[in-house]
Write a protein that binds this ligand. Structure first.
Ligand SMILES: [Zn+2]
Length: 342
């Protein structure tokens, strides 16, 4: 996890140091906004009033993407409770994702596999909605839908279980966005094939490392490498932690520059530069499984180190904004359109 490329000096800060050794899905060095005034990791943040779907942008302003529908998907996921890989709750979510995708007319593929983890062999499942195109080449959109079962306390350095963690933003938000994108994209074909992918097992089972994290994306990338299909992927666009009321997105520095530019140029054109900032950060995430195999990839990830609730029980539905979900969805929709035109 970790990383730490801070490209813009103005916010050097503590965040560059703390991430080392932190548990959880990923960490970054970032240089976001007023970091100095932000609470440290894991600190409790006063809860804001619960969001209602009322603040969603109307779909006609976001390319048809309905932030209220995406929000409802997040609420549904949270209602299942904590959803770590192999749990009964994640099985319910798998059913929900597949049922929703089927209802949109998506063609589905599921890969059931077992992963060797620090707590033993766990059943996992990747789910992919496949929208066929005519030209050779595949555009992949992706999210993870599992939630973290443990986190490292930065004060003590100890890894502790999180039995009440529901991952509204971390796991829930991007999955809600991808379901709503599937509703729109499965209804129409483009020149290129699109795969909307729902990964299991992004989170570490115990403590983040190359072998304890990204189980689902590593599985899919390995399978596609073996089959020869990996080289068909022209772009891999990942979303993670994309629904926070105060979300800000930073350019993820390990991502493929041309795809980062695509996302950021698109967001600027759509008027979202207040959320998609030009500062950089780095994060380890599911895109790494594809980047390491040479696939052009980008991670669109909220500034989780500064949100005050990342990998804490406070990552609950009250943190989620239908409006931010809609903005993320709009940017993805328009970016796919750009890729389809190339
Ligand atoms: Zn996480």
């Amino acid at each position: 996890m970790i990383s730490l490329s801070r490209i813009i000096p103005r916010l050097a800060v503590v965040l560059c140091i703390l991430p080392v050794g932190l548990a959880g899905c990923k960490a970054s060095g970032k240089e976001a906004a007023p970091a100095a005034s932000q609470p440290p990791f894991m600190s409790a943040v006063a809860s804001a009033p619960p969001q209602t779907p009322d603040d969603a942008l109307p779909p006609e302003k976001t390319g048809g993407f309905d932030g209220r529908r995406a929000f409802a998907h997040v609420a549904k996921q949270v209602s299942f409770g904590p959803r770590p890989s192999g749990s009964p709750a994640i099985a319910k979510l798998q059913e929900y994702i597949q049922s929703e995708l089927s209802s949109y007319g998506c063609k589905l593929e599921a890969d059931d596999f077992h992963a060797d983890t620090p707590i033993g062999r766990l059943p996992m499942k990747n789910i992919v909605a496949k929208i066929p195109g005519e030209k050779p080449g595949v555009i992949v959109l992706a999210t993870h839908y599992d939630t973290a079962r443990s986190a490292r306390d930065p004060r003590t350095g100890e890894v502790h279980p999180m039995p009440t963690f529901v991952g509204a933003d971390d796991g829930g938000s991007s999955t809600g966005v991808m379901l709503e994108l599937a509703r729109l994209l499965c209804a129409k074909r483009g020149p290129y094939t699109v795969w909307i992918t729902f990964f299991d097992g992004e989170e570490a089972v115990h403590d983040w490392s190359d072998v304890d994290s990204r189980y689902g994306s590593r599985q899919m990338a390995a399978r596609l490498s073996t089959s020869g299909d990996l080289k068909k992927i022209k772009a891999f666009l990942l979303a993670d932690i994309v629904g926070g009321r105060k979300a800000q997105f930073l350019r993820e520095s390990s991502s493929t520059p041309a795809l980062v530019d695509l996302i950021w140029d698109t967001s600027a054109k759509l008027g979202y530069s207040a959320i998609f900032l030009n500062d950089s950060s780095s994060a380890e995430d599911d895109h790494d499984s594809f980047l390491k195999r040479g696939v052009p990839s980008v991670d669109v990830i909220g500034d989780f180190l500064n949100n005050g609730y990342w990998h804490t029980p406070q990552d609950a539905l009250d943190k989620i904004s239908p409006k931010v979900l809609a903005i993320t969805g709009h940017v993805f929709l328009e970016s796919v359109k750009q890729l389809q035109a190339k």
